[in-house]
Design a protein around this ligand. Sequence first.
Ligand SMILES: C[S@@+](CC[C@H](N)C(=O)[O-])C[C@H]1O[C@@H](n2cnc3c(N)ncnc32)[C@H](O)[C@@H]1O
Length: 273
Amino acid sequence: MDLILTHEHFKKICDFVYDKSGIHLKEGKEALVQARLSKRMRILHINSIEEYIKYLDNNDDDEFANLIDVITTNTTSFFREDNSLKMFEKFIESWIKKGKKKFRIWSAASSTGEEPYTIAMIINELISKYNLINHDIKILATDISPTVLMKAQKGIYSIDKIKNVPAEFKNKYFCKIIKDDIKCFEVKKNLKDMITYRQFNLLSEKYPLNGPLDIILCRNVMIYFDEKTRNTIVRKMHNLIDSGGYFIVGNAESLAGRAADFKLIKPAVYQKK
Ligand SMILES: C[S@@+](CC[C@H](N)C(=O)[O-])C[C@H]1O[C@@H](n2cnc3c(N)ncnc32)[C@H](O)[C@@H]1O
């Protein structure tokens, strides 16, 4: 089946994706959307884009989740953008040194789990280093896509996916398993238990958690949003962060219109004023 995506079809899909997720599919992405939609339609045995759009209208939330999965990029990796993770480590360490034991962290748009597991490893190392007892540490990891959340909860990664994990952490935090005849690595239970996964759309009116939070990581998702959406999200995150807490975005992202609410510590790393 050769899917031909007209300008009107592209616009209809773009409007739907934007309304539901805030993701702004830019002009010029027609070929990418066409290729990815074709794949989805083959799975559904749907032969025309009109039929797919009708299907989308009738199966709203369920098909929306699948559409988001094929349209968005879930690219992530362990220890990604470690410039800001080093700052993350520094903040937690300095709080521990001051006697803080309760930490609330949110990995918003956590994709397949590499980001929350990375911060859990960083925190766990500090717990051991400072022999921290009676601590109360909670990491919330959310994403709009149920598919990536399911993968995150399973915590099973190929050898290639864990290539950035330091060698000593591979044994400490992962078990070797065989999945579909392939050698893989599964995150150990103690690390999994540090994280709560929830589906959450950053566009939602009401945010699913009560602050105050110590650190929010919202990395490499706001690039898909327009400025108005980004400003709304950053304002809501600002309300949730404790005073003196931190907000970490992706290296290619900025706070645009809301920057004045934060103090820039390093590129991509902000502190609530
Ligand atoms: C490129 S990944 C970023 C993963 C991780 N934060 C990182 O930096 O490696 C972007 C993630 O944002 C999620 N996403 C896209 N729109 C969203 C929305 N409106 N609400 C919540 N998550 C969203 C996607 O499902 C995807 O998993």
